[in-house]
Design a protein around this ligand. Structure first.
Ligand SMILES: Cc1cc2nc3c(=O)[nH]c(=O)nc-3n(C[C@H](O)[C@H](O)[C@H](O)COP(=O)(O)OP(=O)(O)OC[C@H]3O[C@@H](n4cnc5c(N)ncnc54)[C@H](O)[C@@H]3O)c2cc1C
Length: 281
């Protein structure tokens, strides 16, 4: 998907999204970094999102991880997603941190604790060369009678009963189907597609819906806020030489097409028959 961003002088950039079980966590950089506590608190204080302060969400972060750091005020120590602590893999990374310290900048051991700024090694959502995706939660929930997992289905809109959303409309096997909820409908399609589905369903800023010719279900000025706050990072590319290998010597262990380790292969559908990303798609 291509988007333009005002902060980049309107230049186009490609937005990659994980269209698979686990979503972005199946293709992302495996840096285990939570949002800043202050951002969550601002949602509560400025946007009226009761229940979304950092203190409110921290217990859920902790329940979702089994950190090598052990259980404590910032981390959960048990499964489901096992998170090894960040460590150095290249001498040049240690040298970089030494330089940072010499320059008087803060070194941080745990980037997911309360430090607002600093330099350090991030914990990784990768264990023994295997990516720890959000799909790992399924291992624990797969047997629940309340869970139906549908692959190859694309939600195209929300259904409403009066002013209440009561389900989703989706395409599957060439047919348009509906799934109805007796309780709540939770829309979690990522920062861009969540906003897109709201707009397609007629929920969003009136001028935007009118311009698109979408019948208005609810005029909601903040309907596309999640897409607006979605920002990509700006990497600073640099080259380095190391005598240490960064790839295993057995090239068969690498995906033939994407040239990355099969266990952490990119590409929403995966690249080869035995690529785990493909299997999950
Ligand atoms: C290339 C890349 C690298 C990243 N690196 C990191 C990193 O190192 N560390 C980090 O913390 N974060 C990283 N991120 C961000 C992180 O992956 C996301 O913040 C996270 O995945 C968001 O989770 P989510 O559940 O909100 O949405 P998503 O992970 O996007 O999940 C949305 C799900 O909804 C599905 N979906 C969307 N639309 C529809 C539809 N119409 N019908 C049916 N299903 C639909 C998608 O297929 C997907 O499964 C990275 C992201 C990318 C793309």
């Amino acid at each position: 998907m291509r988007c333009s961003e005002s902060g980049r002088n309107g230049r186009l950039w490609v937005l990659i999204a994980g269209r698979t079980i686990g979503g972005g966590s199946a293709i992302n950089g495996m840096m285990y970094l939570r949002g800043q506590p202050g951002d969550f608190d601002r949602w509560r204080d400025e946007a009226g999102c009761t229940g979304w302060s950092f203190a409110d969400v921290l217990p859920f972060f902790k329940r979702a991880e089994g950190s090598e750091r052990g259980g404590g005020p910032w981390h959960g120590g048990a499964e489901p997603i096992r998170i090894p602590r960040g460590r150095s893999h290249f001498p040049i990374a240690d040298a970089f941190l030494r330089t940072v310290a010499e320059a008087g900048l803060p070194l941080v051991d745990d980037l997911n604790a309360d430090a607002l700024e600093g330099f350090g090694f991030y914990d990784g959502a990768v264990l023994n060369g295997r990516r720890m995706t959000a799909g790992a939660h399924l291992r624990y929930a797969a047997d629940r009678r309340a869970l139906d997992l549908l692959t190859g289905a694309r939600v195209i809109g929300l259904t409403a009963l009066g002013d209440r959303i009561d389900g989703v409309r989706y395409l599957c096997g060439g047919r348009t189907l509906e799934a109805k909820a007796t309780g709540e409908v939770i829309l979690a399609a990522g920062c861009v597609h969540t906003a897109q589905l709201l707009l397609l369903s007629g929920i969003g800023p009136t001028p935007m819906l009118q311009a698109l010719g979408v019948p208005i279900l609810a005029s909601w000025p903040t309907g596309v806020a999640s897409a607006r706050t979605c920002r990509t990072k700006s990497p600073i590319p640099c080259a380095m030489r190391s005598k240490r290998r960064s790839r295993p010597s057995n090239t068969d262990a690498w995906c033939r097409r994407c040239r990355r380790g099969r266990r952490s292969c990119w590409g929403a559908r995966g690249c080869s028959q035995d690529c785990p990303v493909r299997l999950a798609a």
